[in-house]
Design a protein. Structure first.
Length: 221
């Protein structure tokens, strides 16, 4: 695949770092699988998406310059289609979560400390706000306006749809991590703490490993 990429891109996280196209694709695939299997909306990967879109344009230009009839062209076109699918699926998955948990996501975003990475890109935030406004207007038109005045106010907390953070996920450990609290102590059982060893795979509740997904210490598969 590397021969259809002829340059590297730069990402910035305090300081510039060169990253190859293959590494960008790997990061996109990891973000895609994490987003696909996570019950909640994860941190936005805007830089990776924009970088990959630039790489797609570059790939298209490289393919257009290739000799017609070259077998490699067909292989490269298949790879380009695969990358487009991953990128589209990643963005579509995020939009589906935003539509399903709009109010919850907006509330979480508004309460998020400025020092934390955002979970919505500016475009996604604008979409979520507009989607919520349309939903509220729709509810008022079809239902609330027909109710008694004292029942026409919709309680946001009651209407909020939340993701199930206690659902189980399948993960691969990328970094050794000790002392992960899997289950808190209850009347019926003691707390359960485990160590995650690099390379191991586990089926586990999402909630206790959510921070590890964001830090890339584990990857959902």
């Amino acid at each position: 695949m590397d021969d259809i990429f002829e340059s590297t891109e730069s990402t910035s996280d305090g300081e510039e770092e060169e990253i190859s196209a293959a590494e960008v694709l790997q990061k996109l695939e990891e973000a895609w699988l994490n987003e696909k299997f996570s019950p909640e909306l994860l941190e936005t990967k805007t830089e990776i998406v924009e970088c990959m879109m630039d790489q797609i344009k570059e790939m298209e230009e490289n393919i257009s310059r290739a000799k017609k009839g070259d077998f490699k062209v067909s292989v490269h076109r298949m790879e380009l289609d695969r990358i487009r699918f991953i990128l589209s699926s990643y963005l579509r998955t995020r939009l589906e979560k935003i539509e399903k948990n709009t109010q919850y996501i907006l509330e979480q975003e508004s309460n998020r400390p400025e020092t934390d990475a955002p979970h919505l890109s500016p475009e996604e935030y604008a979409f979520a706000k507009e989607f919520q406004d349309h939903n509220e207007s729709h509810y008022k038109q079809i239902a609330l306006r027909h109710m008694p005045p004292n029942l026409q106010t919709l309680d946001p907390k009651l209407a909020m749809v939340r993701p199930n953070l206690d659902s189980y996920v399948f993960l691969r450990v990328n970094q050794n991590t000790e002392g992960v609290l899997v289950d808190e102590e209850t009347i019926e059982a003691r707390e359960e703490i485990i160590d995650l060893e690099k390379g191991n795979q586990h089926i586990i509740k999402y909630r206790p490993v959510a921070p590890l997904v964001n830090s890339a210490a584990v990857a959902l598969i």
